[in-house]
Design a protein around this ligand. Structure first.
Ligand SMILES: O=C(O)CCC(=O)C(=O)O
Ligand SMILES: [Fe+2]
Length: 353
């Protein structure tokens, strides 16, 4: 019998908030093992209130059930800082696959137009767009912002554990997390049509995330899969109520000189049901310099990458992924396809002005 490889381990994060030193050391060791293997783990026992999680899920479901014309009133093309609604098919994350079969809504810090981040065009910084003609509008806005604040706190706590996995002070990332930019993304994956091409149809194509860490809440429908390099297979990450799937992004991998992994994952919604999920992408302070972390390379081994700011590192990945969808649209138009993939607009979306 062959040993089965498990989807990301489920770790009890409550020990981070307790006084049991042995349990804390074990948590740090477990997180280190995951970071070295594929950069994925799951946590329970965090402090994000269950009621807030439910409010977020309820209100995003009622938003996505609005008519398209209502959702498009807050389309993210109204901004150059990536806030608001995104149609199905706007992104291609897997080269060669069809545009992603998901619609989304982006939320970030409420940044006013006189804020230095807005004036300096820092990494998707600006005011949010909120749907107005909507019975749950107030609940949607309030729960989104309360949840956004909670997620910042949880990301800082997780980074504190990750610092310790590298034998660094628990507060090593404080300058990186102060003034950090992050994006909350509400996602809705309609059921994949039965006659869709299995090989090409994706809720979200195989990709790695761009930033430092991503904290993902899944609703109760499965579909997320993580690539397991040792057995060359896709492993299902079955939803656990209230838990977070945590994964490292490309910027963290670069920062650790490729010692810690940013791993491939994808979503295919074969459930026949509507699937909802809420990733929180933590970029960090846009002006922070990402330069090889201490203890992530052997004595005498050079750093693989030159220093880069958070803004340049994450911004380049965003532009690339939306550029692919635009290229697909242009290719489809060039072959005189009568029908373009739904939701692909004719204007390229400038993600970072
Ligand atoms: O919806 C999910 O479960 C995963 C979403 C994801 O990987 C992403 O938005 O980067
Ligand atoms: Fe992802």
């Amino acid at each position: 019998m062959t040993a089965t490889v498990q989807a990301p381990p489920i770790l009890d994060f409550s020990v981070f908030y307790g006084n049991d030193d042995a349990a804390k050391t074990k948590l740090v060791d477990d997180v280190r093992t995951c970071c070295l293997h594929n950069g994925f783990f799951q946590i329970v026992g965090h402090r994000v209130p269950a009621e807030l999680q439910e409010n977020v899920l309820d209100s995003l479901k009622s938003f996505f059930s609005l008519p398209l014309t209502e959702k498009e009133k807050v389309h993210k093309d109204n901004t150059t800082w990536n806030r608001g609604y995104e149609n199905i098919g706007s992104q291609i994350l897997e080269a060669g696959a069809n545009p992603d079969q998901k619609e989304g809504f982006y939320v970030g810090e409420e940044i006013t137009k006189d804020h230095p981040y807005f004036l300096g065009k820092k990494l998707n910084s600006g005011p949010n767009q909120w749907p107005q003609d909507f019975p749950n509008a107030e609940k949607f806005r309030k729960s989104s912002m309360a949840y956004y604040t909670e997620m910042h706190a949880l990301a800082r706590d997780i980074l504190s554990v990750i610092a310790q996995t590298l034998y660094l002070d628990a507060n090593y990332f404080d300058t990186f997390t102060s003034g950090a930019v992050a994006t909350l993304r509400y996602l809705h994956y309609p059921p994949q049509p039965k006659d869709s091409d299995e090989k090409l149809s994706r809720g979200i194509g195989a990709h790695t995330d761009f930033g430092s860490v991503t904290l993902l809440m899944q609703d109760d429908v499965d579909g997320l899969q993580v690539w397991e390099k040792t057995t060359q297979e896709w492993l299902d990450v079955m939803p656990i109520k209230g838990a977070y799937v945590v994964n490292l992004g490309n910027m963290f991998m670069r920062w650790s000189n490729d010692r810690y992994i940013s791993n491939l994952h994808r979503v295919i919604n074969k459930s026949g049901k509507e699937r909802y999920s809420v990733p929180f992408f933590y970029s960090g302070n846009p002006d922070y310099q990402i330069d090889c972390l201490p203890n992530s390379r052997e004595e005498g081994v050079p750093a693989k990458y030159p220093p880069v700011t958070v803004m340049d590192c994450v911004g380049a990945s965003y532009r690339d992924s939306y550029g692919k969808a635009t290229a697909f649209k242009l290719a489809a138009a060039a072959t005189q396809a009568t029908e373009l993939p739904k939701g692909l607009s004719m204007s390229a979306q400038p993600i970072l002005a």
